[in-house]
Design a protein around this ligand. Structure first.
Ligand code: 5GP
Ligand code: ZN
Length: 135
């Protein structure tokens, strides 16, 4: 895709700090990291997000994630990370080229998980049924 920043990075038209590359996948440091070492793992082929990415490629992204996460943790001197996917604009997706975020986390770094809500009685079960019926 001509106007996709990540395609331009993958094609070498834009610079990046690359940390991993194979035939189908690339990983580079996020330019605005949540914590230093925040890494983006992307397929070289352009897909919008995990909703249209072929299943086997998603599997390969996860394999690469598991492979390089220990190196990211070693380089950043921590033992934990969040794996994130913002799937769709309301979920915070800004770059519409599939990517996983590996975000190193530190004890007391101040970040919190997302908030939580409470179901009304029966609402949770009803929603569970609706999801099962839609699969
Ligand atoms: P999203 O919100 O789409 O899941 O995340 C996109 C990520 O891409 C953001 O964390 C943002 O900092 C990162 N990003 C945006 N433009 C660039 C860029 O040109 N280079 C790099 N390395 N990261 C970028
Ligand atoms: Zn792209």
């Amino acid at each position: 895709m001509n106007d996709c920043i990540f395609c331009k990075i993958i094609n070498g038209e834009l610079p990046c700090v690359k940390v991993y590359e194979d035939i189908e996948i690339m990983a580079f440091l996020d330019i605005h990291p949540v914590n230093f070492g925040h890494t983006l793992i992307v397929p070289k082929a352009h897909y919008i997000n995990i909703s249209d990415t072929p299943t086997d490629l998603l599997g390969k992204l996860m394999v690469v994630t598991q492979k390089i996460a220990p190196a990211i943790l070693k380089a950043t001197g921590t033992s934990s990370f969040n794996l994130g996917v913002n799937n769709g604009a309301p979920a915070g997706q800004v770059i519409f080229h599939t990517h996983f975020h590996v975000m190193p986390r530190y004890e007391g770094d101040g970040y919190k998980m997302w908030g939580s809500r409470a179901y009304a009685p029966g609402e949770m079960e009803k929603l569970g049924e609706a999801v099962k019926a839609a699969i």
